[in-house]
Design a protein around this ligand. Structure first.
Ligand SMILES: Nc1ncnc2c1ncn2[C@@H]1O[C@H](COP(=O)(O)OP(=O)(O)O)[C@@H](O)[C@H]1O
Ligand SMILES: [Mg+2]
Length: 1015
């Protein structure tokens, strides 16, 4: 057992100042408060010593963790005393200070009688506790060596010290108690024994053991509220703890489903055990846990977990890359066996959902068990993890329900019939059964204690609410007004709330009744104590049962409190603040915060940003027609939604875009329309609608020109020029890139609101057009573009490298020499670290195309593999489809090299036909035709030769701008090959020589090498 002794410092001085009467009043108050705390932790208050309090834990009832409980109580008493002291200070002008001492020891059975303890009963132990008290500093708690030993694992303790005690000659060893680790279930409530669930328990236990052996799994525990999901999980957690496996739990909340990153941040905070630390300490701990992680990745993790140093600038990288890197970094976090719990996943935010779904893919190779609870309506990513187990919890069977009800009620004959009624109503839902029993007890139908009730009324006269919600509502209704208000306000805040925040919202919290009634549970006991709702349904009912107007007011105050309590995190909290303001009915303010949340999320997760724009859009649409800002407010989020749709492979062509066009036209807002259009151009391109892309690009180009803003023209140029290049309109590419080069006036960062350096792209684009048209200066353009992009950012670099090599090598303009390969690899690495998934795919494509133009089999095999992956990626992802045919054409060429010529030719034909249909014959269609011709002529059946001839003529006959040199040189090459196949030697030599000469004339290194290699 542990003895607690608390006493007031200098009580004589206080008596002198306020009089004996008042002192007694103060002391009574103090003792009463202390008694409540002691009881909360299962202790017993002993004799009142005049100006102090004595309490015993672990006797007369044995409590294993008596020392822990006593420590918690000691801290709780100090906390309460502090509150009382401030009243006393105000009223009496004196300082009330308390000291607490603890000591643990054995009790000899029988020593303790039923009455208050006398010194004789536990004399020695109490004496030591009292000495500890006298050695404690004011407001402090001092532990004897025996108590300190028992709590070492869970308590924060000061260094061992020696306490000199008045009247004793030898100093005694002691340690100060500084704090207790927070732990949700430290103090277990009296719970019913688990009934039923045998099969479920043994299934999960089996999976737990497999996980400990290194074969982890993900388990979904599914069922309606109250059915026992959390209970199952907590039983498994107890098993895990007993096996020495750590358990990390997180939960999701109904009001935070649109607050991005919330849950994944919590999971990581739990997993790395940084909760409760200040940001500085948390960062240090994180680095200690993951020593091998990349330092820049750690900054991303800091940001994700909400512990970032505000003075450190985040690396500028795309959300996709951020996510890839975070997932890689987070998976380094733990190697020891662990159980992760995510509760109430039906409320998870989308970003967390998909990030966690990605994270858990590695679980089967790790010693990890992931338990996810959710209601049946949830169908998000975490419910569809491949290979995950799912356990659906059915209602308890009738006999199991009967057992549970009997446990709750006890066996007094008077409750027999009532029990049947409870069981019937509860219909196998254990929480419903518990709530009915609580409600009956509170109503006075049941008397006595849990598990030992006596019914005061015949069962026939008792009515029971029809649903669990109605039962909870009846219980809440019966609370006194102050407690009810506390509960309602808490419901606005969330599942977890603190006394302090309740006070900030302007109420005087009454919490003890709520804890006593098991409506809420206290989860932290030190500092600002925190509480959680005993069950999510209680929160829902408490939320919904208030007047809407009251609720609105509280939401408004809460929004203000979140902002003012943590102004540095306002951006991070913007989505949450917006949520509360929207619930408060303040549309304008909510709109602003949604837009702010979107801006914050733009660099972190584009889907999250889009969600916030979507919310803002809905608010704007609901504004009254006479609102003067309505049009502008409706346009802004829509513009961003259209502009970014292609990035998440969403499609806005059609109604979505037309509506914005109408709004912009009505409001005369050309700039917004142009921005949205650029996004739609990309969407068209990505979907392989090259013609539509080109047409819209022309319109968008004119529109930006008519706005007359150079920055806008430069900034939007890249997608528009890409569209023109896609459909081989080289003159437009030349003209437009020239315009950008002129307008940018040498400033690489001009118009950098979409990409880092539009000017670098313009150089690469002009180079491509110049090559195609046989104009001089393309080499310098390439060099300029590459150098500029390299020193701007990895994304621009990967894009420019694609323009230069990704197009240049297959076209025969450049050779994949070692320095080209180095540059391509560098760009790929940069794209991997900072680029979105599309840029990364492009970088892979560039590398793949370059590799299949190399000489060694190793390189070509590697290129073959890459192209196969890229093709698959484009097709499955449904993006970059205008690049798909050329990837497939080269993929087919490698297939032919491997001997599968027939399939390869089919694939090439399809690719070529596709390019023709999409108006790309004079773009990617040129090398695609070349590849097809070459492969056909290698197989060389009569039909093949004829087909090759036809393909050449098709290309030659396509109407084109003047001077399409790139076509001419490919035609020469193809015609040479055809002539050889026909055995027409003179014609062959003639074509070959002209081919060589032309390659030399234009400096096309690729063609030069191919021409030299021709016999
Ligand atoms: N099999 C069971 N035996 C005894 N009590 C149970 C059982 N399942 C659930 N309970 C109790 O019912 C209440 C509700 O269960 P809980 O796990 O919170 O439900 P859920 O998480 O599905 O909403 C809890 O108090 C829990 O202890
Ligand atoms: Mg639950």
């Amino acid at each position: 057992m542990t003895v607690l002794f608390a006493d007031v410092v200098h009580s004589m001085d206080i008596a002198a100042a306020v009089g004996a009467e008042r002192l007694r009043e103060i002391m009574t108050d103090l003792v009463n408060r202390a008694a409540v705390v002691v009881q909360r932790y299962g202790g017993t208050v002993g004799s009142f010593t005049g100006d102090g309090v004595m309490a015993v834990f672990g006797a007369p009832t044995a409590l294993e963790d008596h020392a822990v409980r006593a420590c918690l109580a000691a801290l709780g008493i100090q906390e309460d005393a502090k509150r009382l002291a401030s009243d006393v200070q105000e009223r009496d002008g004196v300082e009330l200070l308390l000291r607490v001492g603890l000591n643990s020891g054995k009790v000899i059975a029988g020593e303790i009688g039923s009455g208050p303890f006398g010194y004789t009963a536990v004399g020695e132990q109490v004496g030591m506790a009292q000495r500890m008290e006298s050695g404690a500093p004011p407001r402090g708690v001092m532990l004897s060596a025996s108590t300190a030993r028992l709590v070492e694992g869970t308590a924060a303790l000061g260094e061992p010290e020696l306490v000199q005690i008045k009247g004793a000659d030898k100093p005694v060893a002691a340690r100060r108690l500084l704090g207790m680790e927070e732990r949700r279930r430290l103090i277990e409530r009296v719970e019913s024994n688990l009934v039923g669930r045998r099969w479920e328990m043994s299934a999960v236990e089996g999976l737990l053991d497999r996980a400990i052996d290194g074969h982890g799994s993900v388990v979904g525990v599914v069922g309606p509220p109250g059915i026992g999901k959390s209970r199952l999980v907590s039983e498994v957690s107890a098993l895990a703890t007993a096996r020495g496996v750590e358990v990390f739990s997180t939960y999701c909340e109904s009001h935070a489903t649109d607050v991005p990153f919330r849950v994944v941040a919590r999971v990581l905070r739990a997993a790395t055990q940084v909760s409760g630390l200040d940001d500085h300490a948390a960062r240090a701990r994180l680095r200690a846990v993951m020593p091998e992680a990349d330092p820049e990745d750690m900054l991303l993790l800091d940001d994700l977990m909400g512990i970032a140093d505000p003075n450190v600038v985040l690396p500028r990288i795309d959300p996709d890359a951020r996510r890839r890197r975070l997932i890689k970094a987070a998976s380094l976090a733990r190697k020891a066996p662990a159980v992760y719990v995510v509760e109430d996943t039906h409320w998870i935010d989308e970003v967390s959902d998909s990030m966690l779904a990605d994270l858990v893919t590695v679980v089967p190779q790790t010693p990890t068990l992931v338990l996810i609870t959710y209601r049946p309506e949830y169908t998000g990513a975490l419910s569809r993890v491949p290979g995950a187990q799912s356990i659906a919890l059915a209602p308890l069977t009738d006999p199991d329900t009967a057992t549970l009800v009997a446990q709750l009620l006890g066996s007094d004959p008077s409750v027999g019939e009532l029990g049947q009624m409870v069981a019937e109503r509860a219909a196998g839902n254990p929480f419903f059964a518990e709530e009915i029993v609580r409600e009956l007890a509170e109503r006075g139908v049941l008397r006595g204690n849990r598990s030992a009730y006596i019914s005061t009324v015949g069962a026939a006269e008792v009515s029971v609410p029809a649903t669990v919600q109605a039962t909870i509502a009846a219980r809440i209704d019966r609370l006194d007004p102050a407690a009810k208000r506390t509960l309602s306000t808490a419901a606005i805040i969330g599942s977890k709330f603190s006394r302090d925040l309740l006070e900030t919202l302007g109420i005087d919290p009454v919490l003890d009744d709520l804890v006593g009634g098991e409506l809420i549970d206290q989860v932290t006991f030190t500092g600002d104590p925190a509480y959680v709702f005993h069950h999510p349904l209680i929160r829902t009912v408490a939320y919904e049962s208030q007047l809407k107007s009251d609720r609105a007011e509280l939401h408004r105050r809460l929004a203000a409190a979140i902002e003012s309590r943590n102004p540095a995190s306002a951006d991070e909290n913007a989505a949450l603040i917006a949520e509360h303001l929207e619930a408060a009915g303040d549309g304008h303010a909510a709109y602003d915060w949604h837009m702010r949340a979107a801006t914050w999320a733009t660099n972190r997760d584009i889907a999250a940003a889009r969600r916030s724009w979507e919310r803002a859009r809905r608010i704007a649409d609901a504004l009254p027609a006479e609102d003067p800002n309505r049009a502008a407010l409706r346009i802004a989020p829509r513009t961003m939604l259209c502009a970014t749709a292609f990035r998440v492979d969403e499609h806005v062509a059609g109604a979505r875009f037309d509506e914005l066009r109408e709004l912009c036209t009505a409001a005369g807002d050309k700039a917004s329309l142009a921005i949205a259009m650029a996004g739609l151009v990309m969407d068209h391109l990505y979907q392989g609608r090259t013609r539509e892309a080109s047409q819209l690009a022309s319109e968008a180009w004119e529109l930006t020109e008519s706005v007359g803003d150079a920055t806008l023209i430069v900034g939007l140029s890249e997608p528009l020029v890409s569209a023109k290049a896609g459909s081989a309109e080289s003159n437009d590419v030349l003209r437009w890139s020239q315009r950008v080069i002129d307008l940018a006036e040498g400033d690489p960062s001009k118009g950098n609101f979409i990409i880092g350096s539009p000017l670098a792209f313009a150089f690469a684009e002009r180079a491509a057009a110049r090559c195609t048209l046989g104009r001089p200066g393309w080499r310098d353009d390439q060099r300029h573009g590459l150098a500029m992009a390299r020193s701007t950012d990895p994304l621009s670099y990967a894009g420019v490298v694609h323009w230069v090599y990704g197009i240049g090598i297959p076209s025969g303009v450049l050779r994949p020499d070692d320095s080209a390969m180095r540059e391509i690899e560098d760009a790929l690495q940069g794209a991997d670290r900072s680029g979105d998934d599309h840029v990364l795919a492009i970088a892979h494509m560039t590398l793949g195309l370059a590799l299949v133009h190399r000489h060694t089999d190793t390189d070509r095999d590697h290129g073959h593999e890459l192209l196969a992956e890229v093709s698959d990626m484009f097709l499955r992802g449904g993006y970059l489809l205008f690049e798909l045919p050329i990837v497939n054409a080269y993929l087919a060429r490698e297939q032919a090299r491997d001997g599968d010529r027939d399939d390869a030719i089919t694939l090439m034909r399809t690719a070529a036909d596709h390019l023709i249909r999409q108006g790309q014959l004079l773009g990617w269609g040129i090398p695609a035709t070349g590849v097809l011709v070459e492969t056909l002529l290698n197989r060389a059946t009569d039909g093949d030769v004829a087909e090759a001839g036809a393909a050449i003529e098709r290309l030659a006959a396509a109407p084109a701008d003047e001077g399409l040199v790139i076509r001419e040189i490919w035609l020469l090459r193809s015609r040479a090959l055809l002539a050889r196949a026909h055995g027409a030697d003179t014609a062959y030599r003639d074509c070959r020589d002209r081919y060589r000469a032309m390659a030399k004339q234009f400096g096309f290194e690729g063609h030069l090498a191919w021409a030299e290699a021709m016999p």
